[in-house]
Design a binder for this molecule. Structure first.
Ligand code: 0O2
Length: 246
């Protein structure tokens, strides 16, 4: 633990080494979860011919933000305490096309055997009073280091484009007004969150209709001549080969 007493150069070196090791752990944890998400995305695309993920961002929390959280939560200023009590140092944000995709992705991640689900906060079913919506999942994921395996906390935020648009604007307004947003703006933000949720519902409904139409069209496709089947399969294999060579 760090305190105000003098530290010598050996202690400082040790501290630097520990902090670097710790930051690397979070970086590797994010690399692992990103790989898992990429695999799900590609496989989903293959099976359902549709990509449920719009984009993915990862970040390691800045040292300033970590220290602010240490103070806010009145935690001891030590690396083990920070690792144990601050669960969002490594964060991944997955932006999905539709609300149903959020739960599909969440289920697929949560069912993986090497992932420990620590906490789920569903701000979609229960939005925050200000209107914030998102699905938050705190997981623990193993990272394989030279000295053995370490389980690392990662915060996953899964949301739609509309939820993300709202959250990023609200975040800007919150900091612009130094966390004291005038009440007329908080009211309007709440209203905007409801509009965003309505848009999500509407888009999902439209998408369901399009999917049904596509399924009906696919059922009608028949091949009359057997030699056409060979040509068709050959062309399909060529297309797949080209796609996976890229
Ligand atoms: P940053 O800069 O994004 O990292 P805890 O993490 O448990 O101590 P809390 O608030 O109980 O704190 O966790 P919660 O509710 O799961 O929220 C964690 C993160 O969700 C926040 O991280 C934000 O990224 C996001 N978030 C939560 N509420 C809101 C909100 O009202 N508006 C917006 N725009 N984002 C929100 P940080 O650490 O606050 O910030």
């Amino acid at each position: 633990m760090l305190n105000n007493s003098k530290i010598d150069s050996e202690q400082l070196k040790k501290f630097r080494h520990e902090v670097t090791r710790c930051m690397l752990l979070y970086k590797f944890a994010l690399a692992e979860i990103s790989t898992k998400v990429n695999i799900l995305q590609e496989e989903f695309q293959l099976i359902h011919e549709y990509n449920p993920i719009e984009h993915v961002n990862t970040r390691v929390k800045s040292p300033e933000s970590i220290l602010k959280k240490v103070q806010k939560k009145k935690l001891p200023l030590s690396i083990p305490s920070i690792q144990e009590n601050i669960h969002d140092i490594a964060g991944i944000r997955i932006i999905c096309s539709f609300v149903s995709d959020i739960y599909r992705i969440a289920d697929m991640i949560q069912s993986q055997e090497d992932i420990d689900v620590i906490e789920v906060k569903d701000y979609i079913k229960n939005p925050k009073p200000n209107g914030y919506q998102s699905l938050h999942i705190i997981i623990k994921i193993p990272v394989f280091m030279t000295y053995g395996e370490e389980y690392v906390f990662v915060e996953m935020q899964i949301r739609t484009i509309a939820m993300d648009f709202w959250a990023s604007l609200e975040h800007k307004i919150y900091y612009k007004y130094n966390k004291k947003v005038p009440s007329h703006l908080t009211d309007e933000l709440k209203e905007a969150a409801e509009v965003a949720a309505h848009l999500d519902q509407k888009m999902e409904k439209l998408n369901n209709e399009v999917t049904l139409l596509k399924e009906a069209e696919a059922d009608e496709e028949t091949i009359e001549d057997p030699s056409d089947t060979v040509k068709l399969l050959y062309n399909e294999i060529k297309k797949i080969e080209l796609r996976y060579r890229q």
